[in-house]
Design a protein around this ligand. Structure first.
Ligand SMILES: Nc1ncnc2c1ncn2[C@@H]1O[C@H](COP(=O)(O)OP(=O)(O)OP(=O)(O)O)[C@@H](O)[C@H]1O
Ligand SMILES: [Mg+2]
Length: 258
């Protein structure tokens, strides 16, 4: 049985008497340890799907199972690590104290994954923040804060990480560098990741599968397997296969616009 199963999920929203089909019959199956990207035009339901998978919103119809549990059960069992668009750190706490936050919260909730804990300092080093362990979060740049968020998610003991455009507020070069760090940390941990992005290059570089969505109604139009060898590094971007995947997905997205 797949680790993540999304079956016939529908979601509608009402605004001033107008109904929007945010998700229309969405189906998806993922094995554990898969990195999947969701890509598609603005408003096609990527964040909505991520929220439903993570138990932050209910589907109107259909069902989602995460490791055999409903999203609500999985959430209370601390199965999810979230990395939102803007870093969710406490500015007046140090980087290390922010890394420890999920464990303080989980201890109170009596969650079981604390035993899977990894060394937070090592994780910070792996995203280039070894010198900032004791800095206050408010002393870090946006990109550095986002790296703490990513390291924290990988160290939280949660088996599935949900990332909603975590790099969207960053400049292009920082974004590129962070995508390589995410690649490395993922290769080292092989957690299940659902990653929302508008970047074709990030989707191909990072993913085992790219889910292309179309808008109105929000649907999955294609799932593309990225058969590039692992472990991957920046050099993969210069290969013909990489460019082939990028143009394949670009073509898919253009078709959805027309
Ligand atoms: N809480 C809400 N109330 C009403 N409508 C909503 C709500 N959340 C989302 N929607 C609508 O559902 C649709 C999908 O929204 P969603 O945020 O999932 O899109 P998205 O693919 O994440 O877009 P973007 O790339 O711009 O982040 C949109 O038409 C949006 O207006
Ligand atoms: Mg969104």
């Amino acid at each position: 049985m797949p680790y993540l199963k999304v079956e016939h999920v529908f979601k509608r929203f009402e605004r001033r008497g107008q109904w929007t089909d945010a998700l229309h019959d969405v189906n998806l199956e993922l094995e554990q340890g898969t990195f999947v990207s969701l890509i598609g035009p603005s408003g096609c339901g990527k964040s909505t799907l991520l929220r439903i998978i993570g138990g932050l919103s209910d589907a109107d119809e259909g069902q989602v199972l995460v490791g055999g549990q409903t999203p609500m059960q999985a959430q209370s069992d601390k199965q999810f690590g979230f990395v939102p668009q803007a870093p969710a750190l406490f500015p007046w706490r140090t980087v290390l104290e922010n890394m420890n936050l999920p464990f303080e919260v989980n201890k109170k909730a009596g969650a079981v994954h604390v035993k899977d804990r990894e060394d937070p300092v090592e994780l910070l080093k792996s995203v280039g923040l070894g010198d900032f362990v004791n800095a206050y979060a408010k002393e870090l740049s946006g990109g550095m804060q986002q790296r703490v968020g990513i390291a924290r998610a990988f160290g939280s003991g949660a088996p599935i990480l949900l990332m909603d455009e975590p790099f969207s507020a960053l400049d292009e070069i920082t974004r590129e560098m962070l995508s390589y760090q995410l690649l490395d940390i993922w290769e080292a941990h092989k957690k299940t990741v659902v990653f929302v992005t508008h970047s074709l290059r990030e989707a191909v570089l990072l993913s085992d599968k790219v889910v292309v969505m179309s808008a109105r109604p929000g649907k999955i139009s294609q799932v593309i397997d990225i058969d590039l060898p692992r472990p991957r590094s920046a050099a993969v971007e210069d290969t013909e296969e990489f460019h082939h995947y990028v143009s394949l997905i670009r073509g898919q997205l253009r078709e959805r616009w027309e």
